[in-house]
Design a protein around this ligand. Structure first.
Ligand SMILES: Nc1ncnc2c1ncn2[C@@H]1O[C@H](COP(=O)(O)OP(=O)(O)OP(=O)(O)O)[C@@H](O)[C@H]1O
Length: 270
């Protein structure tokens, strides 16, 4: 079922507490005067998984960087848990396409890094049990004392998930986290990500090029168009959870994919 998302809080959820509020966001890059985003307005509620999809250059990464506090908007603002985001914050967890684990630290030490940076080594030692629990959660319990060079791409990304979760961030920002992995591993990682988010009630925002991935994971999908980057549709994905890979072959799934493909195609034809 494809439905346009209402502007106000989701009526169907008993708890619709706003986590992220993006207010009339615009971004013009000074270097080339390029308007990358215009008037993006968005609310993300607690526990929602929201994806953004759109053609290359439509502003997805620009939006994510501003949401992360890595770049200021030209106008508008981002508010996380009631406080404006004006720089990087420990309550924002991030994951990128390439796992950025430090090769001279073990898996466990890498997972503990955000705590160590924030609170020092002594606290990090106390957080060790939590890090081990997270490694168990993603099936890396036996690899805690191994160095990243000995991990496969999928394992390294699983360790990155643990490092992202160690500080219990209010918001997860994911920039194509599994796109460098082979298809089988990517499918597996997406199902892992769904499980972890459901178990922990995580709120997440994903930038992806994969329509199937977006539909499998998301409660809502934002379809963006370029020139200038803006959200053309905010679509509620009303498929039951947990989602499974075989849902990809159902007519309901196909309807949603077809609808979004039409929207993306419209832009390509303009
Ligand atoms: N630092 C920058 N300076 C100037 N222009 C930029 C800069 N970064 C991005 N742009 C431009 O802003 C627009 C949006 O870029 P952005 O990377 O946000 O798009 P995207 O949708 O994430 O693209 P892709 O899917 O290819 O990653 C593009 O036209 C891009 O060339």
């Amino acid at each position: 079922m494809v439905q346009a998302h209402p502007n106000d809080a989701r009526q169907s959820l008993p708890v619709a507490r706003t986590v992220y509020e993006i207010e009339r966001l615009s971004k013009t890059y000074a270097r080339n005067a390029l308007v990358a985003l215009r008037d993006v307005h968005l609310t993300i509620h607690k526990g929602e998984f929201v994806s953004v999809i759109g053609s290359s250059g439509c502003g997805k990464s620009t939006l994510l960087k501003i949401m992360a506090g890595l770049m200021p908007p030209t106008t508008g603002r981002v508010v996380l848990e009631g406080t404006p985001v004006v720089g990087p914050r420990p309550d924002i967890g991030m994951m990128f396409q390439q796992a950025t684990l430090l090769p001279w630290k073990t898996t466990l030490e890498n997972v503990l890094m955000p705590i160590e940076l924030r609170e020092g080594r002594a606290t990090a030692r106390r957080a060790k049990d939590k890090a081990m629990d997270l490694l168990e959660l993603v099936g890396l319990g036996d690899f805690a004392h191994v160095y990243p060079g000995e991990l496969s791409g999928g394992m390294a990304q699983r360790a990155s998930i643990c490092r992202m979760l160690i500080s219990d961030p209010a918001m997860l920002l994911l920039d194509e986290p599994f796109s460098a992995l082979d298809e089988l591993t990517r499918d597996f990682m997406n199902m892992e990500l769904q499980r972890i988010c459901l178990e922990r009630g995580s709120t997440a925002f994903l930038v992806t090029h994969s329509l199937a991935e977006a539909v499998l994971l998301s409660d809502r999908i934002l379809v963006m168009q370029a020139r200038p980057g803006h959200v053309v549709e905010d679509i509620t994905i009303d498929l039951p959870r947990p989602r499974t890979l075989d849902m990809v072959n159902t007519p309901e799934f196909g309807d949603i994919v077809g609808h979004i493909r039409d929207l993306l195609g419209k832009e390509a034809n303009e």
